[in-house]
Design a protein around this ligand. Structure first.
Ligand code: ZN
Length: 508
């Protein structure tokens, strides 16, 4: 953890009149400069003004708390990189040991090569007195130097050692041994980068929901009364009121929309630019803020400000909905709903500060399970299952702990794991504006979490630890967005920029 450090020393701060006394109070007046804000006890005796003054210790504490938050953000941004560089170091150490071993062998082999050459020389220089004497007696004294035999011996030796050493050299040239280092470097290089691809599509009427189809070739966005299908070509179809949530089918080019008009509609692609709407199904009595399709796309779950969660049978082929039953346990607006991947647990949260677990009974019907006990008593804005044993919940109050909490299955009940809590950037000015669901990309182990005026790109690590990789800051808390299923493209819309911004996520 980095230490916050104030450049000025507290005891050296002096009032503008240089009384050399400890500072007692601070004047909050924009017109004053630096030390003019500071009042010591002597200054205070004669002080008279209408401007607001506050205790020096209190100001100091405010600044320190703010800095502590800042430093946590800095820490978080750097932590992930440090970890990767540590991995890189580790790989370098491994490479070094490997190289040392290889070079030791090379050196030994080369030295032995010399020894063997000398041995050939020495071996061929040995003679027997009696053999030589016989030669003199036989008159065979002339030089009978057998060059061919020696050359053969040398060539055999050289061949064998050359191939041995060549093998070791090719091991050094093998790209594979560097690949781990290479991929870490690529990751480090891309880490904080999201490539901005396009921000040219202006959309000035407020956008309330965005969704992509499975292949990422179609994007649906919803405005006050319109739904737009982006191909990125436009096709425009009507709706009667503001749409707050969209759920694209993963199996076909169909989607479901719902919103302020309390009704749900199914949409089916008929031709390239032609979409057919189903009847409008209106059983909720207030705005619908969340929709959820199961994997087989046979069941739709809707959550509303009327406090209820409704279960529907859905038939996207025939563009039909059939209302089944309602789950009523929340005492205020339902903001989000999520299913685990086994689809036997449904979790919901909302304005009543409750997280409710719903279980599927033997009759395949959802029923109330229990209210999850949590340490943070505030409105929950978003939920997401990271796996069957773990889901996350995002705070939503204006004055808030501003964090992501993790809940894990323990003795068949989800319990908060405080160690996995992730702090988000503190902001007590804006309340959460809740229309951007959490997006998850399984193949990239990424999640996109919108919170107040930030969009966070978060890596889900082993054991479900969350690491914020980067964050996008917006001018307002009214941000909409969607991630393609492959985790490659992120599109956002905000009400200040009033345009779509398309990013390519370069994180591997
Ligand atoms: Zn003074």
């Amino acid at each position: 953890m980095f230490q916050t450090k104030m450049i000025e020393l507290e005891e050296q701060l002096d009032c503008s009149k240089n009384h050399k006394q400890p500072i007692q109070m601070v004047i909050l007046d924009k017109k004053l400069m630096r030390e003019e804000h500071l009042l010591c006890s002597i200054c205070l005796e004669n002080f008279e003004s209408d401007t607001k003054i506050i205790g020096f210790k209190k100001v100091l504490k405010m600044i320190q708390e703010n800095q502590k938050n800042q430093v946590e953000n800095i820490q978080r941004l750097i932590e992930f990189d440090v970890e990767m560089v540590e991995q890189f170091l580790n790989e370098l150490h491994k490479l070094r040991s490997y190289f040392i071993l290889l070079f030791d062998e090379l050196l030994t082999n080369s030295q032995e090569w010399i020894n063997s050459l000398n041995a050939i020389g020495q071996h061929n220089s040995n003679y027997s007195f009696f053999d030589e004497l016989d030669k003199i007696i036989d008159g065979r004294i002339q030089n009978q130097f057998d060059q061919e035999s020696i050359v053969n011996q040398i060539t055999t030796l050289n061949n064998s050692l050359c191939s041995k050493i060549n093998l070791q050299f090719s091991a050094l040239k093998n790209q594979e041994i560097y690949s781990q280092c290479g991929s870490i470097l690529i990751n480090l290089n891309l880490n904080h980068h999201m490539k901005l691809i396009d921000n040219s599509i202006k959309q000035s009427s407020p956008c309330y929901a965005i969704s992509f189809n499975q292949s990422g070739t179609l994007m649906v966005s919803a405005y006050n009364c319109d739904i737009k299908i982006w191909n990125f070509e436009q096709g425009k179809i009507g709706h009667t009121s503001t749409i707050c949530c969209l759920q694209f089918s993963k199996l076909s080019n169909s989607f479901v929309s719902a919103g302020f008009d309390k009704s749900i509609r199914c949409w089916k692609q008929i031709k390239q630019n032609e979409w057919h709407s189903s009847l409008s199904y209106q059983l909720h009595t207030e705005c619908i803020d969340c929709l959820l399709l199961n994997k087989s796309e046979t069941q739709l779950v809707s959550g509303s400000r009327d406090k209820s969660i409704k279960i529907w049978k859905i038939d996207l082929v025939n563009n039909q909905l059939t209302y089944l039953y309602s789950l009523d346990k929340h005492t205020s607006s339902v903001w989000d709903l999520q299913l685990n991947s086994a689809e036997d647990t449904l979790v919901s949260c909302g304005n009543d500060k409750q997280i409710i677990i719903w279980k599927l009974n033997e009759m395949e019907k959802w029923q109330f399970g229990y209210v999850v006990i949590q340490s943070i008593q505030e409105v929950g804005s978003r939920l997401c299952f990271l796996n069957d044993d773990q889901f996350i919940w995002v705070t939503g109050n204006k004055v808030s702990k501003d964090c992501i909490s993790t809940f894990e299955l323990n003795n068949q009940q989800y319990q908060e794991n405080l160690k996995k809590e992730v702090k988000l950037i503190q902001n007590s000015k804006d309340m959460e504006f809740n229309l951007f669901p959490i997006f998850k990309s399984k193949n990239k182990n990424l999640i996109i979490v919108k919170h107040k005026s930030y969009v966070y790109v978060i890596k889900v690590q082993k054991e479900g630890e969350l690491k914020i990789i980067t964050q996008l800051k917006y001018e307002s808390n009214c941000i909409l967005g969607a991630l393609t299923d492959d985790g490659r493209y992120l599109v956002t819309w905000d009400n200040i920029g009033q345009k779509f911004t398309l990013y390519e996520l370069l994180i591997i």
